[in-house]
Design a protein around this ligand. Structure first.
Ligand code: C2O
Ligand code: CU
Length: 477
């Protein structure tokens, strides 16, 4: 593909030069920045394609709008009424879900909103979410893992007046960088393993050995874990701290300093990294410090091969190499002290509580919620419109999971394993739940009801979700 050929500024890694000299010219390690789509009408076409991911044969992929892997970034403004046209040019059914967005269930793109081959689905909704990083991806029951593994997905950046008033990096692709993290396994003919749990090749925005040039100032990284199962225990290679400024569903009140950030599949965080003291020409990396992850965290397994193995498992590895270049003329040099003022729902406002258990039917059987595998004809929970609910998710299983619920953004109020990590203290729609853990969150189920169209809750580990670890709830007037 032309778009993935070596561009100006692409960096060829020495390892590729030495071992694959003949093919190196055709593989770019420059971080790919998805094209930007903005306005109120968004046209997306999902089709087969291919991409030069590693030397040798092209890799067959799925992507939106012919990008080769992944899809354009949709810039939406809070308050806008947007219309989307999603055309399925694949040879199989799909759906497209707007992950994290608060909208009518009928527009949500869950398993019920199937887009048959050759058809276009045209949802419309008002953008109600806070400024933050959301994403879209297929949600077809039993083929979510395959379609996501092949590359189908994209970012949604919601913008609002609160975020716009802050002095934050927001020059897309320059100091404001989307990063979709997902390892993939490539066969000897460079084809993606669509049922593989953990990949051997780290891909960042679909690029192996991804390298980016960033200016010596505050830079904003908008990070998404788009894996099947792997978690990322992220940090900077030199051990410096950085600041979390946004969680899944909005800005946090104040920048939160951390050295490590654990992200499970489906989660997003926006961070600010201060490169102002880095010499132009110096290098550092964003890294997964996954060595020593306990069993139960996806990718903590020690095996390098086999069903649950990967070369990246229980290892530290780079997810993005950063070359520092000279600052831009209007670069951000200081950290804002206050970002927003969130009003989270509290325990005293709770009108109903429920518990959802992650279960199975014995060793080796698929995970389920409350003993029931996902069934499109079954409504598992009924929620009253306007209710403020506390949901407690319990996991007595042998492995950790990544719990996600549609429709709402929530506040995590307790983790039985101990303190809630500082970086989780914002609006969330997805979280990691470990073995023998109970996690409680509070959410308000506002605005949208239907007696017919349910929302989903599920594990965001795509293979668990396809295996039946998914349920449906109606919000009823
Ligand atoms: Cu990221 Cu049910 O979805
Ligand atoms: Cu799971």
């Amino acid at each position: 593909m032309k778009a993935s050929g070596v561009g100006l500024g692409a960096v060829i890694l020495p390892s590729i030069l030495s071992s694959q000299a003949a093919d190196a010219a055709s593989v770019s390690t420059a971080l790919w920045i998805p094209p930007k789509l903005s306005g109120k009408v968004f046209n997306l076409k999902l089709s087969k394609g291919s991409k030069q991911i590693v030397p040798g044969a092209l890799t067959n992929t799925y992507s939106y709008n012919g990008t080769g892997f992944w899809g354009p970034t949709l810039f939406m403004n809070k308050g806008d009424n947007v219309a989307l046209n999603v055309t399925n040019n694949l040879t199989e059914s799909t759906t497209t879900h707007w992950h994290g967005m608060h909208l009518p269930a009928e527009m949500d793109g869950g398993p019920m909103q199937e887009i048959k081959v050759g058809k276009t689905w045209s949802p419309k909704f008002k953008v109600m979410n806070n400024a933050a990083t959301y994403w879209y991806h297929p949600h077809m029951h039993k083929t979510t893992q395959k379609q996501l593994a092949l590359g189908a997905g994209g970012f949604i950046f919601v913008q609002d007046s609160i975020e716009a008033a802050l002095a934050l990096p927001r020059t897309y692709g320059v100091d404001d960088i989307p990063l979709a993290l997902g390892s993939r396994t490539l066969s000897s003919s460079n084809q993606i393993g669509t049922t593989t749990i953990y990949g051997d090749t780290m891909l960042t925005n679909g690029v192996a050995n991804a390298t980016v040039s960033l200016p010596a100032q505050y830079v904003r990284l908008r990070i998404l874990n788009m894996e099947s199962e792997r978690v990322y225990n992220l940090g900077i290679s030199d051990g410096r701290s950085f600041h979390v400024i946004a969680t899944d569903g909005g800005l946090v009140n104040k920048p939160i300093a951390v050295k490590r950030l654990l992200m499970s599949p489906g989660e997003r965080y926006e961070i600010l990294v201060d490169l102002s003291n880095n010499k132009v020409g110096s290098a550092l990396s964003l890294k997964a410090f996954n060595k020593g992850l306990a069993f139960g965290y996806g990718g903590g397994e020690p095996a390098q091969a086999g069903q649950f193995g990967s070369l990246l498992n229980n290892n530290d590895f780079d997810v993005l190499k950063i070359n520092v270049v000279k600052p831009t003329s209007k670069g951000i040099a200081t950290l804002p002290t206050v970002l927003t003022k969130n009003a989270f729902p509290t325990q005293t406002q709770v009108t109903n509580s429920r518990t959802v258990a992650i279960t199975d039917k014995g060793p080796g059987t698929p995970f389920t919620f409350d003993g029931k595998s996902y069934d499109m004809g079954t409504i598992n929970q009924h929620v009253k419109l306007g209710a403020t609910e506390a949901w407690t998710i319990t996991n007595d299983e042998i492995f950790g999971h990544s719990f996600h619920i549609h429709d709402v953004q929530f506040k995590i109020v307790s983790r039985s394993s101990g303190a809630i990590p500082v970086y989780e203290q914002g609006w969330k729609d997805t979280f990691s739940i470990q073995r023998n853990e109970k996690v409680t969150f509070i959410a308000k189920f506002d605005d949208y009801s239907s007696s017919e169209w349910p929302f989903m809750y599920h594990c965001h580990m795509a293979n668990h979700e396809d295996g039946g670890l998914m349920g449906q709830f109606l919000v009823e007037a």
